[in-house]
Design a protein around this ligand. Structure first.
Ligand code: UP5
Ligand code: MG
Length: 191
């Protein structure tokens, strides 16, 4: 069972904007439980399961895996952790995913959305690609990830802005400066 007082913060932003980097810092300071949808999918790929094989091909194309898969992985991880305060990193990436998660699991408490120009994100991803071993950190896949982000994921951020739940933060400055802005947003309600 999910913790009865579970609280969910969605951490959104383009590929390479720094979601994972900031989540690590949030965990260290506030102790949230960090669940990266992308990391859960990459674990599934590594497991060699049939579902993992299907996800691998989709991710290589920079497209979105069926939400049944991500929602099930997230729900399992949330329940297994027994935790209360969650950072859900890199999900939801499309409007139907946002609505399904909120209906089936829990409405989010707030959204952190990292703003970053594509040139900056691309440079970061290509640099990381030198050592990450991620099969999607190459110029061709990065371009497709950007297209998916603009067409499917940006509307999710707009949706939460309209609901007044979204805090947009520039992800261009160095990580410690971005984190200062994150703390500013989290302080009044976190802990
Ligand atoms: N870096 C970070 N912050 C920096 C800063 N302020 N200044 C300078 N450098 C900074 O950072 C990326 C790189 O930039 C790192 O080298 C970092 O040191 C540096 P990171 O924190 O890793 O950024 P992040 O936003 O987490 O980038 P990531 O590549 O993980 O984002 P994506 O959204 O592309 O990847 P994700 O793992 O979430 O998804 C991968 C794929 O899985 C998707 O393309 C999709 O195919 C699939 N997917 C789904 O289908 N559904 C989902 O729900 C989730 C994923
Ligand atoms: Mg990440």
């Amino acid at each position: 069972e999910l913790h009865p007082e579970a609280s969910v913060v969605f951490v959104l932003g383009g590929p390479g904007s720094g979601k994972g980097t900031q989540c690590e810092r949030i965990v260290a300071k506030y102790g949230h439980t960090h669940l990266s949808a992308g990391d859960l999918l990459r674990d599934e790929v590594k497991s060699g399961s049939q579902v993992g094989k299907q996800c691998e091909a989709i991710m290589k194309e920079g497209k979105l895996v069926p939400m049944e898969v991500t929602i099930a992985l997230l729900r399992n991880a949330m329940v297994r952790s027994g935790a209360k305060d969650f950072l859900i990193d890199g999900f939801p990436r499309a409007m139907d995913q946002a609505l399904a998660f909120e209906q089936m699991i829990k409405p989010c408490r707030m959204v952190l959305a990292f703003d970053c120009p594509e040139e900056v994100m691309e440079a970061r991803l290509l640099k990381r690609g030198e050592t990450s071993g991620r099969s999607d950190d190459n110029t061709a896949t990065i371009r497709k990830r950007f297209e998916t982000f603009v067409s499917q994921s940006l509307p999710v951020i707009s949706h939460y802005e309209q609901l007044g739940k979204c805090h947009r933060i520039s992800a261009v400055p160095p990580p410690e400066e971005v984190f200062a802005m994150v703390c500013h947003v989290l302080e009044p309600t976190a802990r």
